[in-house]
Ligand binder design. Structure first.
Ligand SMILES: Cc1cc2nc3c(=O)[nH]c(=O)nc-3n(C[C@H](O)[C@H](O)[C@H](O)COP(=O)(O)O)c2cc1C
Length: 291
């Protein structure tokens, strides 16, 4: 039986993110999946220390917290529904804490982040779209970096905990997302108002007049409008050239992240000389208050 993992990024019990994820999982159960749900804030997920032991030495993370466990759940699920509130124009920090640890993926479950599986990103927020910021593409990037492709996204506006349940259309959309998640066929539309990979609506305007998704690097040109939004025709080769194509991600890990170590070591003497003047200079570090 295929497994669908629900992940809630809000600490609020019975909150909107939890409700949306639970409704989506009900839809997944109705279509024959087995489900599990976890709340990110129940787990001890510490900040990444930037030591790169996981990537460079294929070692367990020295933080010794729950990140490996949670990422293991994410990487072994057949599909994922991630529901997170917008906090100050971005997804809540619980998700970013997890995303910062995603470099461990290959150490935890070799090859899984190169085996594409469907995921849905649900963003809950207090106001309608004008206080959403970059939340959708940032949430999607967490899933894309873990090897998922985005089957659907849902923006669910309601401020109070559980208030979203009064929005019947949104609730039914969430249920349908869960129901269809494992059977949704992956599509690569040639035109849309959103990035076809992360579903974000924010694009860089390039000097050559093309627009580019800053998350996925999909490029295209504005060819008209659909309602209030610009309609973009994407470059035909984007399905094989966007940032999250598995072999391009592997190339980045191999030729950039892992290759940074020999480059660094080759320049270490010069770097040490450049650092030397800082070594014995007194610095007034602000100390955390005593508890
Ligand atoms: C610290 C904080 C920051 C918030 N920032 C935003 C925001 O930038 N835009 C917005 O539309 N709603 C914002 N909200 C409202 C929440 O996104 C909204 O209430 C959401 O439904 C909460 O989901 P939850 O019940 O799953 O926690 C914020 C709420 C909090 C507590």
């Amino acid at each position: 039986m295929p497994s669908v993992l629900g992940i809630v990024g809000s600490a609020r019990r019975n909150g909107n993110s939890e409700m949306m994820v639970r409704v989506a999982l009900e839809g997944a159960v109705a279509s024959g999946a087995q489900t599990e749900i976890l709340r990110l804030t129940d787990f001890d997920i510490k900040p990444c220390r930037g030591c790169l032991s996981c990537v460079l030495k294929d070692q367990d993370c020295p933080q010794g917290d729950d990140a490996e466990f949670v990422l293991g759940k994410l990487l072994t699920a057949d599909a994922v529904v991630l529901g997170v509130p917008v906090y100050v124009l971005s997804p809540a920090g619980s998700v970013k804490m997890l995303l910062d640890r995603v470099l461990m993926a290959e150490h935890i479950a070799p090859g899984r982040s190169r085996s594409p599986r469907p995921a849905a990103a649900i963003v809950t927020l207090g106001r309608s779209d004008d206080w959403i910021g970059f939340s959708v593409p940032l949430l999607s990037s967490t899933l894309l970096c873990a090897g998922f492709w985005i089957a659907d996204t849902l923006v669910a506006p309601a401020p109070g905990p559980g208030e979203i349940l009064l929005e019947r259309d949104v609730v039914e959309r969430s249920r349908a997302i869960g129901r269809d998640l494992l059977s949704t066929e992956r599509r690569f539309p040639s035109e849309d108002t959103r990035c076809p990979i992360c579903f974000g609506e924010a694009f860089f305007l390039r000097g050559d007049g093309q627009v580019e998704c800053p998350i996925c690097l999909v490029q295209g040109e504005v060819i008209g409008r659909r309602g209030e939004k610009a309609l973009i025709r994407f470059d035909a080769d984007y399905p094989t050239r966007h940032r999250f194509v598995p072999h391009l991600m592997e190339d980045h890990m191999h030729n950039w992240v892992r290759a940074s170590q020999p480059r660094f070591l080759a320049r270490l003497d010069t770097i040490r000389q450049a650092r030397a003047p800082f070594k014995d200079k007194p610095v007034d570090w602000v100390k955390p208050p005593a508890r």
